[in-house]
Design a protein around this ligand. Sequence first.
Ligand code: CO
Length: 301
Amino acid sequence: MQQFPNIMNPEDKEKWIKAGKIASEVREWSKSLIKPGAKLLDVANAIENKIREKGATPGFPVNLSLNEIAAHYTPVKDDTILLKDQILKVDIGVCFEGAIGDTAYTIDLSGKHQKLVEASQQALANATKVLRVGVTLGEIGKTVEETIMSYGFQPIRNLSGHGIAMYSIHTSPSIPNYDTKEKTALQKGMIIAIEPFASTGEGRIKEGGETVIFEELSHKAVRSPIARQVMQDIEAFGHVPFARRWLDEKYGVNKVSLALSQLKLNGNVHGHAPLVEISKGLVSQAEHTFLIDDEVVCLTK
Ligand code: CO
């Protein structure tokens, strides 16, 4: 049987339960922040601070992605975007002693796209029902695809759910959002995130816009003093993806731009650009993290 990195060590079980519980609490609490007139930057800071208040750290910067942006936007320092009538995806990661809970929801502030929100929610609910040891990735993808298409929308086929391991938010296997016919089966002990995306567009994303989320690749030595200093902060974030906003607040935008370009060139970090639907279709998302055991546990319920 193929070895996967997302098989939980039983000794870590309580950490996974705790990370999931905090993620769930922060998600529910955060819903009251999402209203017309709210500043996206304030929402992001409030969510990330709430995670810290609960004794955990962000497993990645909170993703607050609007309309045709499916994922990977988080506010920048001095961000001026205001919520008014957009479709907002809130994707929250909580890291507790290495275990990570990953959960997302969508709010439609326009009042016109509730069906789109329901499509990804229902796809997640239906995928949850087929989860068990031995279910194939193709079967999960087929459930997501059929549910979203039954609402008249397209699943985003080049975005997927994923395995999660300690300090590692994305591992194999990828959990598809359409019927890939893959015969790979879920194994007992796997931690996975299922995250259907539904779109009014073609159902594909591409990278677009300024990169605001980065991830550490290697600790290798770097010469420039500012890059070295920034590298220390990056390691203190806990070996998880980070927002350049977290650095900008400390060093200012210019120094951070310099440091990040040096760190990219040196192979220390890479960026995750915003992911935009190729036909500018609107996008909704729903996500939970699961432990695949004899009894499947939704960790972020
Ligand atoms: Co995820």
